[in-house]
Design a protein around this ligand. Structure first.
Ligand code: ATP
Ligand code: MG
Length: 164
């Protein structure tokens, strides 16, 4: 099964519009994707990944902050990059955020807390589909999560096309 990742992700992001507004977070979506790009994934599972990343951005970004989602592609990959202006993740915690049940110290006692499974599930799914997921952060400034998945070669979008 192949899906149009831009349609799918834009649809998911639209569902979060109201929540961002209620939380006083400015959300932006930048689409920089070639026509006809498709990825071979179960839409329900990629939805789960995007929902967790957007949910994290909402949960950890204070009111007045910003969250920006950028979609882009290369000849071989479709990527999404989600940047937030939240507290960031310290260098000590960053290598562990994709571990099962891992939550950074400050977040363990949170009333609105989760289970610490979201990113572990996301990583399993993305890697099982030949993709990669990573996190970067500057504590005090924010975090950036990046997911890339292989694109399906089509006549409209051959993997060998030259970059424009
Ligand atoms: P769940 O997703 O299961 O509801 P969770 O959100 O705590 O719970 P993960 O999504 O796996 O779990 O995230 C793991 C930990 O990484 C979080 O508890 C938090 O400490 C840290 N984290 C994740 N995203 C962010 C972010 N955008 N900003 C700051 N810290 C983050
Ligand atoms: Mg989560």
């Amino acid at each position: 099964q192949t899906v149009d990742p831009v349609d799918l992700i834009e649809g998911i992001a639209n569902h979060f519009d109201m929540e961002f507004e209620e939380r006083g977070i400015r959300f932006s979506l930048l689409k920089d994707v070639s026509d006809g790009v498709r990825i071979r994934v179960d839409p329900d599972r990629i939805t789960q990944v995007v929902v967790n990343l957007l949910g994290n951005a909402i949960r950890y970004t204070p009111s007045g902050g910003t969250v920006s989602l950028r979609l882009y592609d290369s000849s071989t990959e479709f990527c999404l990059e989600l940047a937030d202006s939240g507290p960031g993740i310290s260098a000590a915690h960053l290598p562990h955020v994709f571990d099962r049940f891992y939550r950074a110290d400050d977040d363990r006692s949170r009333e609105t807390g989760g289970t610490g499974l979201g990113l572990a599930i996301a990583k399993e799914f993305v890697e099982a589909h030949g993709g990669r997921i990573s996190a970067e952060s500057e504590p005090g400034k924010g975090s950036v999560f990046k997911v890339c998945l292989p694109v399906v070669d089509t006549a409209e979008n051959p993997g060998t096309r030259s970059p424009s």
